[in-house]
Design a binder for this molecule. Sequence first.
Ligand code: COA
Length: 166
Amino acid sequence: MMIRLCENNDFEMIYEVINDAAQAYKGVIPADLWKEPYMSKDELRREIEEGVVFWGYEEGGEIVGVMGIQHIQDVTLLRHAYVRTAERNRAIGSKLLSYLREQTTRPVLIGTWADATWAIRFYEKHGFRLVIPEEKDRLLRKYWSIPERQIETSVVLANQDWFSTH
Ligand SMILES: CC(C)(COP(=O)(O)OP(=O)(O)OC[C@H]1O[C@@H](n2cnc3c(N)ncnc32)[C@H](O)[C@@H]1OP(=O)(O)O)[C@@H](O)C(=O)NCCC(=O)NCCS
């Protein structure tokens, strides 16, 4: 196994992993925000063009988990953390998270759906804490480009470094 930078020819595999893992959101996030595929190829392409760099966890020649990192203004965002449904709870997400957070000295922020309680717990186990609601709205507007409806239904977690400087 290895964690490696994704390349152009990994695009299809990243797309598959995201949409397989995102099934977890079905029936959990507000129905008006769920769609299938959860992330289209155009959306994925746009994310990459806008600076999200994907890393993959590879096993047996296949990527089974991905996580994106995006440096923006004075912070680093960890985005699009997805581990294939069949490969969950094997510490793949933890390894990707630990690996990526070592790549930055800036405060780290993570946004996720308020209803994705497992994801919030996962990040909390790794030392991230939820920011207060007024702050998360401000942060989501400042660093993310997402619709107002998604801002309403999302939360932001930050690492200790962010809390120490804010
Ligand atoms: C969130 C997500 C990326 C985590 O990936 P993962 O590989 O399953 O994560 P880990 O295995 O490292 O940790 C998950 C759980 O397994 C446990 N675990 C870790 N290693 C383990 C091991 N070797 N054996 C058994 N359990 C283990 C962890 O303690 C953790 O428990 P928790 O649910 O109580 O926090 C994955 O669940 C996912 O893709 N979810 C759907 C999409 C999503 O929610 N993405 C995040 C939105 S930004």
